[in-house]
Design a protein. Structure first.
Length: 317
């Protein structure tokens, strides 16, 4: 009886860990919808300005960035000595990206759970996966800080904003270096290998530059398509702020719209919101397409591996 009671308690607490983030995300999106309700006519008019070609281009750019982010994760795992099949990594990460649409904090759990299901005991230690994500985030933060510094020369921006971003990244890097030197053999610390090994560090940096490039162009296109006058600095700020807001409990879905409103709301709330909605729509479509494609590829790969082959080389059914 006691064992069953403890099992039910654990199952209930596990369920709440999934429900609470979803409720918080829904509350955040609901608040944003309530705020924008008086501007729905302006938003509809702005969205109607976007051509089909622009919508396709925005979605294609989102679809380019998603697999590249999985390759960033793969490089981090390889640096730590883990090399699961690419099909497994893309299937697991694509599912986590779909989960992040609801709430960013659901994504790591989904990714790690699926990878463990696929790889079993071969899967990386749970905390090592966390430090791998943290290590790639440090590189991403330095790159984002450099973009904000560049944007500061294009638009009016408080000097302390890029300084704060770079200081945070430097602090995380310092923690990683100290941990690496003091506990080099610890399984968790191995997750920082991507920061300490030049080959993998450069690989992640190049991949992130490609990801950032696709997402910045996507942001710029969405803003221009709804008729907002802007320069590159505006697009960079919206892009960086989207990433920052994406880690909040309100989820990735609301982040593009909120970022556009904060940076460019003074130029028209309806148009700023419309550009964010276009990005969100493209991200949802691209995430679902990437998930379906990745799962299909993994299924076909597993099917080929499990299909017996005759001595003549023909598959046996």
């Amino acid at each position: 009886m006691e064992a069953r009671k403890e099992s039910n308690t654990a199952r209930g607490s596990g369920l709440w860990r999934w429900i609470v983030p979803l409720v918080i995300a829904a509350a955040g999106i609901g608040t944003l919808v309530y705020f924008l309700a008086p501007y729905r006519a302006d938003i509809r008019t702005a969205i109607d300005r976007a051509s089909i070609g622009t919508l396709v281009a925005i979605t294609a750019l989102s679809l380019v960035a998603l697999p590249l982010r999985t390759e960033v994760w793969r490089a981090g795992l390889a640096a730590a000595g883990r090399r699961p099949p690419r099909s497994d990594l893309h299937a697991a990460n694509s599912a986590s990206l779909v989960a992040s649409l609801a709430n960013h904090y659901l994504a790591p759990g989904v990714k790690m759970w699926l990878l463990r299901k696929m790889e079993g005991e071969r899967a990386a230690y749970l905390l090592k996966l966390v430090t791998i994500d943290l290590a790639t985030t440090v590189i991403e933060a330095f790159l984002a800080g450099a973009l904000v510094i560049f944007a500061a020369f294009q638009v009016s921006l408080q000097w302390w904003i890029p300084v704060l971003l770079l200081a945070g990244a430097s602090g995380l890097l310092l923690v990683a270096i100290v941990a690496w030197r003091r506990y080099p053999e610890h399984p968790v610390v191995e997750g920082f290998s991507v920061l300490m090994r030049p080959r993998y560090r450069w690989e992640v940096l190049i991949l992130l530059i490609l990801v950032f490039g696709a997402q910045i162009v996507r942001t710029w296109l969405s803003l221009r398509s709804v008729g907002i006058p802007l320069d590159l600095g505006d697009a960079l700020l919206v892009f960086v702020l989207t990433g920052v807001l994406g880690v909040l409990p309100s989820g990735v879905t609301a982040a593009p719209t909120a970022a556009s409103l904060i940076v460019l709301g003074s130029r028209g709330i309806g148009r700023a919101a419309a550009s964010g909605i276009l990005v969100t729509g493209s991200l949802v479509a691209a995430s679902l397409a990437y998930f379906v494609a990745s799962v299909s590829v993994r299924f076909l790969a597993r099917h080929r591996q499990s299909t017996p082959v005759s001595p003549s080389g023909a598959a046996l059914e």
